[in-house]
Design a protein around this ligand. Structure first.
Ligand code: NAD
Length: 425
């Protein structure tokens, strides 16, 4: 089952549970607009290479489309449709006035020079410029895109429009209209949700063993935040493999080392030259990505890509709780297996909604041209995440269902209400 088919299946299941009108389901399963574009880039060697890009605008019933742009060799339209759909649901779970969109370019940015990457980003922006804007569609970073890329988009869009329009994207550098706390927002929001769960389930941070798949924006920040709150992060991984440090990973050192050496696998040996002791007892072992997922732990945080746990490995998962910082990391078949095994999954549209929530704050601050301190951003984020947790838990009790279904029901209820008020149905 593809990621998009899986997403449609989840909507179908939630619709049945809540006895949803078929008209509403029809609207929710049809993205409003789908763009497929070609971007010619004159490469450093003088040859022109054509890149393919996408932007899907799923729903703007709650507000401007909102969603990241992914640069990856395996991005495809089906994936972007799934991610755009999830964005509409995610914004609705946390109750922010934004819709759902997503974009992507088929590219491995690590194979491009900085000049080529900038040309590609500016070319993509020109192609989608007629369809985006602070009140229309507001992109953000996702896998392999970052604040530098967002700054190029904001600059290019402002040139096309002939006026400073920095609110066209979020996740920008602080010096160029970014919000305090946006860099860590996805992980921070996930932490507030995990904290609420820990309180309900009596989890003590010092006795809680955490494994994290993916060591980028979401994963590395999660490692750092959890470590600061006393959790024992025992293993982390990136696309090249994982490291297991029984006495705990040192997240900041691991981040520095990965930056310097290119992969976590290169960071198992203490390096006196750079003072890297990525493990708290200076011994770490290399493990494969498959092994990492199957480690004995309390909390498994998935912060890489979709479809990481499927029916192939679901029965081998030993974690008691799964926090989905990535979008769609557990497919529907795996969901069923894990639910039967008593594993509690905190679904993506709740767990990683902190990112889009602070993106919303960034948009608000850009429109006011007035900026909040870090503490204010964090407090506002905490309030929204805690409220979303309560709403989802209430739906779960009402329907006696999984947390994923409860989050979908919460989102669909809000979107249905908006459709009724606006006269869509
Ligand atoms: P990123 O590019 O910063 O990091 C991705 C990380 O995953 C990298 O460390 C990469 O090496 C690693 N990775 C890739 N394949 C892997 C594999 N098979 N096994 C282990 N590690 C692997 O991306 P990100 O922004 O951290 O996004 C990660 C996930 O979180 C995505 O699903 C994204 O959609 C989701 N997400 C991100 C944000 C955000 O604000 N950045 C918000 C919401 C959701």
């Amino acid at each position: 089952m593809s990621f998009y088919e899986n997403t449609l299946e989840l909507i179908e299941k939630a619709a049945k549970l809540m006895k949803l009108e078929s008209n509403i389901k029809a609207v929710l399963t049809s993205p409003n607009r789908i763009l497929e574009i070609s971007i010619p880039v004159k490469m450093d060697d003088g040859n022109v290479k054509i890149f393919r890009g996408f932007r899907v605008q799923h729903s703007d019933i709650a507000g401007p489309y909102k969603g990241g742009i992914r640069y990856h060799e395996e991005v495809n339209m089906e994936e972007v449709k799934a991610l755009a759909t999830l964005m509409s649901f995610k914004c609705a779970v946390v109750g922010i006035p934004l819709g759902g969109g997503k974009g992507g370019i088929i590219v491995n940015p690590k194979k491009l020079s900085e000049t080529e990457l900038e040309k590609l980003t500016r070319g993509y922006t020109q192609r989608i410029a007629p369809f985006i804007g602070p009140e229309i569609d507001v992109p953000a970073p996702d896998v392999n895109t970052n604040e530098k890329i967002m700054a190029w988009i904001a600059d290019e869009y402002s040139k096309v429009r002939q006026k400073n329009t920095i609110g066209v994207v979020t996740g920008k550098p602080l010096t160029f209209g970014g919000s305090m706390g946006r860099d860590k927002a996805t992980a921070q929001g996930g932490f507030f949700i995990l904290d609420a769960l820990a309180q309900e389930h009596g989890l003590e941070p010092g006795k809680t063993r955490v494994v994290i798949q993916g060591f980028g924006n979401a994963g590395a920040n999660a490692a750092n935040i959890l470590d600061k709150h006393g959790y024992n992060v025992i293993a982390v991984s990136d696309s090249k493999g994982g490291i297991l440090c029984e006495k705990g990973v040192h997240p900041i050192k691991a981040q520095e080392c990965k930056l310097q050496k290119g992969s976590l696998h290169a960071c198992t040996i203490p390096d006196s030259k750079y003072e890297y002791h990525v493990s708290k007892d200076a011994t770490c072992t290399k493990i494969s990505n498959e092994e990492l997922l199957e480690l004995d732990c309390d909390v498994l945080i998935l912060s890489a890509l979709e479809n990481q746990i499927t029916k192939k490995n679901a029965s081998k998962i030993k974690a008691k709780y799964i926090l989905e910082l990535a979008n769609g990391p557990v497919d529907d078949a795996a969901d069923t297996i894990l639910e039967k095994a008593g594993v509690i999954i905190i679904p993506d549209i709740l767990a990683n909604a902190g990112g889009v929530t602070v993106s919303y704050f960034e948009l608000v601050q850009n429109q006011m041209n007035y900026y909040w301190p870090k503490e204010e951003v964090e407090e506002r984020l905490k309030a929204i995440m805690q409220q979303a947790w309560k709403h989802v838990r209430k739906r779960q009790e009402e329907h006696g269902c999984s947390m994923r279904m409860a989050a979908f029901i919460q989102a669909i209820s809000r979107l249905s209400e908006l459709m009724k008020v606006r006269g869509t149905i």
